[in-house]
Design a protein around this ligand. Sequence first.
Ligand code: SF4
Ligand code: SF4
Length: 240
Amino acid sequence: MAKPVVKKKYTLTERVYLIEIIKGLGLTFKHFVFNVKASFRPGPHTVPTCWQYPEDRREIAPIFRGAHMLMLDDQGRIKCVGCGMCAKACPAQCITVKRGKVAEGEESKYVGKTYPEEFVVDLTRCIFCGFCEEACPKGAIVLGPEYELAQYTREECQLTKEGLLANYYKAKEEGKLKPPKKPVPVAASAEPVAKKAAAAKKAAPKKVEAQGAEAKGDAKEAKAKEAEAKKAEKEQKSEG
Ligand code: SF4
Ligand code: SF4
């Protein structure tokens, strides 16, 4: 049901607009004085004045998800094996991976026997959800600290393998690489479960056999009882 409109009753000062205007100007002036004072304070601006970007830059959170990076290991080898798990996990379908076999003599460049011959992330489609990072079994793709992603053309928004590696080198140089994630203890907890399942599978036929034997035994017993009952009946008849 529609609500009835209640007309607000204005006070006399509200009806005389001038007083309300003066009140508003007073509030604006109060904030103006506060901000002027704040701008003379040393150090980064922690008060509600504008950050003078790009000169002033706020520190980004360690969990910030910016442009992607292809990670290298301690020996400078590309961690990615081109498995395509990240592309499968991507909800925006913006990753293209083409796997190639590592050629002879190039083993020192890559961790695995295969490598990403082609690796493109379409940043015009990416929603920076981080699913690719989560899905990667090698920890080879990470969303880095880079957030200045504006470009003039769509082509420039295609982050190629070279761009991904350049992002890694830049973050490393600036000391902004995230610490490696702690492995989730899935394998440890999954092992006993898997063992239990295997044991249950082995025990299952035995259980069925036992049940079968039990059932056979019951049938024999029932037959014997039936025979006994018939015998007793015959005896009764002959006596009669
Ligand atoms: S961050 Fe999300 S949307 Fe972007 S590439 Fe990774 S999985 Fe796809
Ligand atoms: S980044 Fe990870 S998930 Fe993606 S292709 Fe490379 S190894 Fe596979």
